[in-house]
Design a protein around this ligand. Structure first.
Ligand code: ATP
Ligand code: MG
Length: 564
């Protein structure tokens, strides 16, 4: 994206703060960071944070660091790191300098913990998890000092050293900041800053068996990197006093500032890595990049473009008020992008055989159709017609329904009626062939040779339908996706898990579909508008013999209609 384009983006409260900081010479250069925990794949909520952090840096000619917040080795892995790198690049952003890892700062953080101990501002506490919780008190009740709170500096230094050397079991003790057990803000009631974890780390191997808590690591990492605006979601608002306490009480090289904005919540899906992981682990979906997943890699495989996701993030804006965004907005963003960028093609998803009885067997007639009705630069494609055709089953009805008004007319094919084949001739259905169950399995039609590029004489076709030639088309499997959950807020029910609201029709596989020949050999991630059917994207599961094609989104918002 050019700077020009990003400069024209609507501003938000964070940009207003930054502009005022720049005007008042508070900062020379804006430095933001995107700090994912590599404990899952990124989702659409992260896209909001990525667009905000990288987009803000871009807009003000600053930099955005990518920092893996890797203080939880139990749940993290290289697979997640790789997926996060790939997603950010795909969205079109580049981090400043080297990739950062909180684990790179473990030595510094350890030294700062020692600094707090020496200042009498941290102590080793032997209370177990349960006991520590009881001592913490509640919102309405002050906490109680831990019996270990007044250990001497020497004792604390010795114990912390022993913690580091692996002399204690997990949970036997922890290092806590000594702040205020009666603080109104519970985060200030002597929060834990280091805990014992006998887990090897994907970056530091077995060097450490104590790891800093997020709150102790995050602000200090911001300080080390000289982050000017540390942007995080609103649930960290209550942690800000603690963030500031550490910065004030440590000899950090820089004073970063935390600002909060509201999380993105999207209806009919979930944006929690833990829950998305459960969907994968329980095989409710095939993988993290299942096209039904709200992950960036899932949306990508579904057919979403980087541009559409960035456009969506622009549309929803950045505020401090929580709200749920309608999935329809995300779909509107991809429709808008693909309407202008996706070439058109014809695909018959549920085929019904049509025989043109007045066309010779073996004859091929080729038509040139524009790849895009409004964009000549996209060129043309050749579509072949033969005696044996396929049309969509739902485009035929034996007996045309009586129209209640002129908007309600049957616009497709019916026995005794005519319809235009998109880009080719008008055909008339003269007869049908049925199987022993009485189902229509073939239409016997004639084409009108006078209707190539002109209207028929003396009769009027019902409408225009899409089609393919049986011989001059390619077999494909079409995967129709719908929302993953049947409930707008699958997480709201206290008694039922979100897993109980999975939409059983979130994936419908049509394995006998056929697509026009121009798609032969199409590469994964190529996107099309299949006329009248929606926007589609070639899936990586495609083989040389058979394309696999994902429906990204229908042409119109059928959910909005259904709700009315
Ligand atoms: P999850 O609950 O899905 O695990 P997280 O906040 O723990 O999310 P992180 O990897 O820590 O995941 O997130 C990296 C950054 O993305 C953080 O700054 C976080 O605030 C932001 N982020 C995460 N989820 C959302 C969301 N739904 N909307 C906006 N920003 C988000
Ligand atoms: Mg987090």
């Amino acid at each position: 994206m050019s700077n020009n384009e990003s400069n024209q983006k609507p501003t938000n409260f964070i940009h207003q703060i930054i502009e005022s900081d720049l005007q008042n010479n508070v900062h020379e250069k804006i430095v933001t960071r995107f700090p994912p925990e590599p404990n899952g794949y990124l989702h659409i909520g992260h896209a909001k944070s990525i667009c905000l952090n990288f987009g803000t840096a871009e807009k003000y000619n600053g930099v955005c660091n990518l920092r893996f917040d890797d203080t939880n080795p139990d749940k993290e892995s290289q697979e997640y790191i790789d997926s996060i790198l790939s997603d950010i690049k795909w969205l079109g952003y580049q981090w400043g300098g080297e990739i950062c890892y909180t684990s790179t700062y473990f030595d510094q953080l350890f030294d700062w913990a020692i600094h707090l101990i020496k200042e009498g501002k941290a102590y080793v506490c032997d209370l177990g998890v349960e006991a520590a919780r009881e001592y913490r008190g509640s919102f309405s009740e002050a906490g109680t000092d831990s019996p270990y709170r007044n250990r001497s500096v020497e004792e604390n230094l010795a114990l912390f050293e022993r913690m580091k050397n692996g002399e204690f079991k997990e949970g036997a003790c922890s290092l806590r900041a000594k702040i205020d057990m009666s603080a109104a803000n519970m985060n200030l009631r002597d929060p834990m800053i280091y805990r014992i974890l006998h887990t090897s780390h994907h970056q530091t191997g077995d060097k450490w068996c104590i790891y800093p808590i997020y709150d102790f690591a995050h602000g200090q990492s911001d300080a080390i990197e000289g982050i000017t605006h540390s942007l995080c979601t609103l649930e960290f608002e209550d942690h800000r006093p603690l963030y500031e306490w550490f910065i004030e009480n440590l000899p950090v090289p820089y004073t970063p500032k935390q600002y909060e904005f509201s999380r993105l919540e999207l209806n009919y899906t979930i944006t929690s890595k833990r829950k998305l992981k459960q969907l994968v682990d329980d095989n409710a979906v095939t993988s993290w990049n299942d096209p039904r997943m709200p992950t960036i890699s899932g949306l990508r495989r579904r057919g979403y473009t980087p541009k559409s996701l960035r456009q969506f993030c622009d549309m929803i804006g950045v505020t401090r008020s929580n709200g749920v965004v309608d999935m329809g907005m995300l779909e509107a963003a991809i429709r808008e992008d693909l309407d202008s960028s996706a070439p058109r093609a014809m695909c018959v998803t549920r085929p019904l055989k049509v025989t043109l009885t007045n066309m010779e067997e073996g004859v091929e007639e080729w038509f040139e159709l524009p790849a895009h009705p409004k964009d000549e630069s996209m060129g043309v494609r050749r579509v072949g017609l033969t005696r044996n055709l396929l049309i969509e089953q739902e485009d035929f009805i034996e007996e045309k329904p009586v129209a209640k008004n002129k908007h309600d007319k049957w616009k497709r094919l019916a026995t005794g009626d005519a319809v235009r084949l998109r880009g080719a001739y008008v055909i008339t259905c003269n007869d049908v062939v049925k199987n022993e169950l009485g189902e229509v399995i073939e239409l016997l039609c004639t084409y009108d040779p006078e209707t190539k590029g002109s209207n028929p004489q003396g009769y009027k076709p019902n409408g225009v339908i899409h089609w393919v030639s049986e011989e001059l088309s390619e077999p494909c499997e079409v995967r129709l996706y719908d929302r993953l959950f049947t409930e707008a807020n699958p997480d709201a029910d206290k008694e039922h898990s979100f897993m109980e609201f999975l939409n059983p029709e979130s994936l419908v596989i049509l394995s006998d579909s056929r697509v026009e020949r121009s798609l032969k050999g199409a590469e994964p991630e190529t996107r099309y508008q299949f006329e009248r059917m929606g926007y589609f994207c070639i899936d990586a599961d495609s083989s040389e013999d058979k394309l696999v094609i994902n429906r990204t989104v229908t042409l119109r918002d059928s959910w909005a209609k259904a709700k009315k």
